[in-house]
Write a protein that binds this ligand. Structure first.
Ligand code: LLP
Length: 416
């Protein structure tokens, strides 16, 4: 990752030494690069050139207010999945008019909040949700702009936990039922049909699943047109993969060129909406952690570090692979280590079988931690959550203070 590089045998983010940050702010510490965010954003902006495209950052990947503020400054929209996420967008100065609201379980208060804020679109995932949304909108004397999230039943060829476009998944409306659902949406008084959307999964590295999904949506769009239902936009969701290990990521330009070609073949002039999360932030962040102990057993060598599964859950949850870089590499003989955390679970590991030359007190950077890192962190084992820093050239901004013990127990009450 170009913005995390060695200079004089020490790992830097842009112009800032990670060791210096760690000594000032402590570990575990999430560190993000603003230039990396910019580069990731530019890839979408360039891919969109000359076409009507709205990129709605899938903010579940990293919802720190300062990160959202940065995306708002880029001109990004936001893909949200809760009322809490909408409040974050507003707090960070984002434009609700560029918000699409996804999620299978929208509650009444969340619909009300989104209608009052004036979101661009509700991505509706079921028929009962259509009815509820129409009722809520009617009660508020509003009309809700809706898209139906269609489940195109394609295999995104990714980890089962992050695959969402197969018919056994809970997401969306089955493609065969979509026409009927649109007919209903058209009749319901509180709704205005504006689009169609899908999201087939995450960490996708092939273009073909997207094109399979697109073909299915295009034939639905044609059927709708024949019934007098004209759409304004087509939302293909997020899901573009990044490089963790040796994957070849799917570049936005490759995907969009193929999509524009298909749309042109059909003579369609729809606005294209995308909801990328991981590909905008994943490789813009690392998690810095300090080696506490080296433990050598008969079977294995463990490097026990001060970040655990509560800080970065992806390895425990998906057996995800994250690169591990020494912040000050040693020339000593390397050994093969499992890098594990302090949490009392066998699943508490960050990396397995890595060749490292380390000693107690050394700092390591866990790579590709910008997406689904801090946002999935918890307090298990009464561990306060890490701090977050955004580096910008020579400067850095603390964008989240490390939690204290008081933060940890806020809201708890002793008995009388
Ligand atoms: N749109 C919808 C409706 C989604 O459900 C998601 C992600 C996105 C957009 C953004 O997808 P992305 O571009 O980031 O792939 N925690 C898992 C990933 C879960 C993704 C959930 N949905 C992980 O750490 O791999």
């Amino acid at each position: 990752q170009p913005y995390f590089h060695y200079r004089d045998s020490e790992l830097f983010v842009e112009e800032v030494s990670l060791a210096a940050l760690a000594s000032q702010l402590g570990t575990p510490l999430y560190v993000y690069s603003k230039a990396a965010l910019q580069t990731a954003w530019d890839a979408y902006a360039q891919a969109a050139k000359g076409h009507q495209v709205l990129v709605c950052y899938g903010m579940k990947a990293n919802s720190n207010l300062a990160i959202l503020q940065q995306f708002a400054r880029f001109g990004s929209g936001f893909d949200i999945v809760s009322g809490g996420e909408l409040k974050r967008v507003i707090k960070a100065g984002g434009n609700p008019g560029k918000v699409v609201f996804s999620g299978v379980g929208k509650e009444v208060w969340e619909m009300e909040l989104a209608l009052e804020a004036g979101v661009k679109c509700f991505n509706v995932e079921s028929v009962p949700e259509l009815r509820r949304l129409s009722d809520v909108a009617t009660r508020l004397s509003k009309v809700a702009p809706v898209s139906l999230r269609v489940n195109p039943d394609v295999d995104a060829q990714t980890h089962p936990y992050i695959s969402t476009g197969l018919k056994e998944n809970k997401f969306g409306i089955a493609i065969e039922s979509a026409l009927d659902a649109y007919r209903l949406a058209k009749e319901l008084p509180g709704l205005n049909v504006v689009g169609v959307d899908c999201h087939i999964g995450s960490q996708i590295t092939e273009v073909s699943p997207y094109l399979d999904a697109l073909d299915k949506l295009l034939s639905l769009i044609a059927q709708l047109k024949a019934e007098g239902i004209e759409l304004h936009h087509l939302d293909l969701g997020g899901g573009l993969g990044i490089r963790y290990d040796d994957e070849t990521p799917l570049a936005p330009g490759i995907l969009l060129d193929a999509v524009f070609k298909k749309l042109a073949d059909k003579g369609l002039e729809l606005e294209l909406v995308l909801e990328p999360g991981r590909s905008l932030v994943g490789n813009a962040g690392v998690l810095v952690t300090e080696v506490q102990y080296l433990k050598h057993t008969e079977d294995k060598d463990f490097a026990i570090v001060d970040a655990g599964m509560n800080d970065l859950m992806r390895p425990a949850l998906y057996e995800a692979w994250h690169g591990v870089l020494p912040i000050k590499p040693r020339s000593a003989q390397a050994r093969v280590y499992d890098v594990v955390g302090p949490v009392c679970e066998s699943a508490d590991w960050l990396a397995k079988s890595r060749c490292l030359a380390v000693q107690e007190g050394d700092l390591l950077a866990i790579e590709s931690a910008g997406a689904y890192g801090f946002v999935m962190a918890g307090h298990y084992n009464s561990r306060p959550r890490a701090a977050e820093v955004l580096v910008d050239g020579k400067n850095w901004h603390l964008i989240r203070a490390r939690e204290s013990f008081d933060d940890l127990i806020r809201g708890e009450r002793l008995l009388d």
